[in-house]
Ligand binder design. Structure first.
Ligand code: NZQ
Ligand code: ZN
Length: 387
């Protein structure tokens, strides 16, 4: 096992009716900014429930944080917070609202540059402080509710870049599975795929003699394979939603990635596809991952065989046949949820590949993967194989 430093200070308050607990989670003298997305939180009553749980505080709203949150939008919230002297941020939404709120929390008092886009240019390494924030999660997918990562887009640059900082862990996150009942099927499917790929990025690398992390990862993958389709088939089944929600949180809260090599090449290539063509985050992962696993089968051979046996119960055939079958099962799982796995399914052709590779280069994504051996030539081959 590799050395690690595992720190996760986010308190999770889980279950039906948990939004009422905000009254004890948010300081009574806080000047709160409630941040949300388009219209879902307003339409389904979550926003009203949140505000009702915050009696006596000054509470302002900032709506309109879009999927793949845009710097151009977030910077407006920074100005509002400074003008109104607000001091506590409460994100109500999915990964985009939570990620956007993390950026805002870090940008308000950012000292390293006049333009907080610098946070993305330097992967968050110059963040010295951030406003305290909490979250009310409405979409199980990203794990942002219990981690210190954020991904922000800048439309004018066609850029979608990640940052991380210990200062942007949510103080708490409220997870009420009932709040996911209003999600469209597409977002449930996206969530299952995103969480699945998060586990794969931390598990399917090379053996590090870390059986705790491996078995935990395999348990999460098997749970997602089980509950993903159930969540689509029976949308108001509380236990199914609860298990999907907790699996997605655990998939990226740092635990299974501690002490093991991590990949993330699929995510970084996926971000470029979203930045250029606007695909949902999970759609990009469903497109890139099968091609990525296929082309890197030598470097990932041992773990691919373990994945085939333990996750997909594939026990017959030669090594390569079992790896082929595991990749085919992975693709079929995504497709069965309704998430297409070819660039062509989204109207993207071979002419896009050089542009995507150029963007990877422009963003410094020239050596990706657990061995930093996914160079631009390999990324190009992955994209070509994903057509
Ligand atoms: O904007 P509204 O109207 O609220 O609608 C949203 C949005 O259109 C809707 N929605 C959310 N909760 C709902 C609901 N609709 C009905 N009922 C509800 N309860 O869902 C749509 C998508 O929301 P979004 O937040 O964009 O989805 P998701 O949670 O999948 O987040 C995706 C973003 O997270 C980033 C992605 O790159 C992407 O920008 N990621 C963040 C990570 C992290 N912080 O660790 C890791 C991930 O790999 C990922 O990169
Ligand atoms: Zn993801």
């Amino acid at each position: 096992m590799l050395n690690f430093d595992y720190y996760n200070p986010t308190r999770i308050v889980f279950g039906e009716g948990s939004i009422a607990r905000l009254d004890e989670l948010v300081p009574t003298d806080a000047r709160v900014l409630v941040l949300y997305g388009g219209s879902s939180a307003e339409r389904n009553g979550t926003l009203a429930e949140v505000e009702a749980a915050l009696p006596g505080r000054i509470v302002k709203r900032f709506g309109g944080i879009e999927p793949n949150p845009a710097y151009e939008t977030l910077i407006e919230a920074v100005a509002l917070i400074r003008a109104e002297k607000l001091d506590f941020l409460l994100a109500v939404g999915g990964g985009s609202v939570i990620d956007g709120t993390k950026f805002i929390a870090a940008a308000v008092n950012y000292a390293a540059s006049d333009d907080p886009w610098h946070i993305l240019e330097t992967f968050g390494t110059h963040i010295a402080e951030a406003l305290p924030m909490g979250a009310v999660l409405t979409l199980p997918a990203t794990g942002s509710e219990m981690n210190n990562f954020s991904v922000v887009s800048r439309k004018s640059l066609h850029a979608k870049l990640p940052f991380a900082s210990p200062h942007v862990f949510p103080r708490f996150s409220v997870l009420d599975p009932v709040k996911t009942y209003t999600l469209p099927a597409r977002q449930i499917a996206n969530g299952a795929v995103d969480a699945f790929v998060h586990v794969v990025e931390q598990y399917l690398t090379y053996p590090a003699n870390a059986p705790v992390q491996d078995r935990y990862a395999e348990g999460l993958l098997q749970t997602l394979i089980e509950v993903g389709p159930q969540a689509l088939a029976t949308p108001q089944d509380y236990d199914v939603r609860a298990n999907l929600m907790w699996a997605a949180t655990q998939a990226l809260n740092g635990l299974i990635g501690a002490g093991v090599p991590q990949d993330w090449a699929t995510h970084m290539i996926g971000h470029e596809i979203t930045a250029m063509f606007g695909l949902d985050h999970a759609q990009t992962l469903a497109v890139v991952l099968p091609a990525m696993l296929d082309l890197r089968r030598e470097a990932k051979r041992d773990k691919l065989l373990q994945y085939a046996t333990r996750v997909w119960n594939i026990h017959t055939g030669s090594d390569d046949e079992r790896i082929d079958a595991a990749i085919a099962h992975t693709r079929a799982f995504f497709e069965s949820l309704g998430v297409k796995t070819r660039l062509g399914d989204y109207g993207i052709g071979a002419d896009a590949v050089p542009h995507l590779v150029a963007q990877l280069e422009a963003h410094g994504m020239t050596t990706l993967g657990e061995r930093q051996d996914v160079d631009l030539a390999l990324s190009r081959r992955v994209l070509e194989a994903a057509l």
